[in-house]
Design a protein around this ligand. Structure first.
Ligand SMILES: C[C@@H](O)[C@H](N)C(=O)O
Ligand SMILES: C[C@@H](O)[C@H](N)C(=O)O
Lengths: 164, 164
């Protein structure tokens, strides 16, 4: 595959939410996603990584702004059932994504992406990556500027506003 | 887009690593990825989500097994420079990924994926998702069984061992 960056996408209609310190045991992720599924809440950018405490974990994801209140309610009910510590939410976000193919195979790509934001004082709130997309979550009012800087750094022709 | 699940992929040649409690300020993600880039370390599944403490964050990613020692050394040197708390690593992992298109738009898909693992006692160590791939990180010796269960649950024809 010719490794290439093809575009930048922005999504300003989402919010981040997380349930913190859930038991790190089989069935927990299932329970949480089942509860959200029953409420027809569409989730994206699901993230679960290292937790400093063995036996606990955090699960983060994004939802449409319009679903945030319902999501927080649903997770708060689960929090008691699972004895999780808390539910966190950040509505002030935008996803700014580098789109391409084979993005993973070249270490220069994430370094350059995070580098252009860092050099311009834009704080990266969250990160998620795959071979075809590296998403940086930034404050909503930083999204357009972040996208323009990335566009310029990677010499791209267009910035598309999509739900990517 | 017709929302469809098309396959399951397994990658048993990677390890997870994280740098914990880095300052949540512009330029930090850049500094970390730049250091790894200079050592020609290929990184995937970059994750940064919520941290319970404002002003701190954790960055997690995966590397090839063969790069793990070098990665830990590189991050440990950075840890002092950035005053991060610690570097964590888990070599006992495999990525088991559901592959498809439009995976995000249907809440039943993640619920079913995590559900089949949970119902079979397989602990999900980490999760990363995009429209085209939902990756569950499990213990390496659970990978084949996890993939077979997912394959069955989604009625798929083939399980491919790829570096996906
Ligand atoms: C935390 C959650 O992902 C749990 N480890 C599970 O397997 O469901
Ligand atoms: C933690 C790290 O991602 C930091 N927020 C940055 O923007 O670089």
């Amino acid at each position: 595959i010719f490794r290439t960056v093809s575009g930048v996408a922005i999504d300003k209609d989402q919010a981040c939410v997380a349930i913190m310190d859930v038991p790190d045991q089989p069935g927990i992720a299932a329970r949480i996603t089942q509860a959200l599924c029953e409420e027809n809440i569409v989730i994206d950018m699901i993230m679960q990584s290292f937790h400093p405490t063995i036996g606990l974990n955090n699960i983060t994801f994004t939802v449409n702004d319009s679903d945030l209140d319902q999501t927080i309610n649903s997770l708060s009910a689960l929090k008691d059932e699972l004895r999780a510590r808390e539910v966190l939410a950040d509505p002030d976000i935008a996803k700014v994504s580098l789109i391409g193919a084979g993005l993973v195979g070249q270490p220069t790509i994430p370094a350059k992406l995070f580098g252009v934001l860092g050099a311009n004082g834009i704080n990266i709130k969250m990160i998620s990556s795959s071979e075809m997309k590296i998403t940086c979550v930034v404050a909503r009012q930083q999204a357009d500027r972040a996208a323009a800087l990335i566009h310029q750094a990677f010499e791209l022709d267009a910035v598309c506003d999509t739900r990517a």
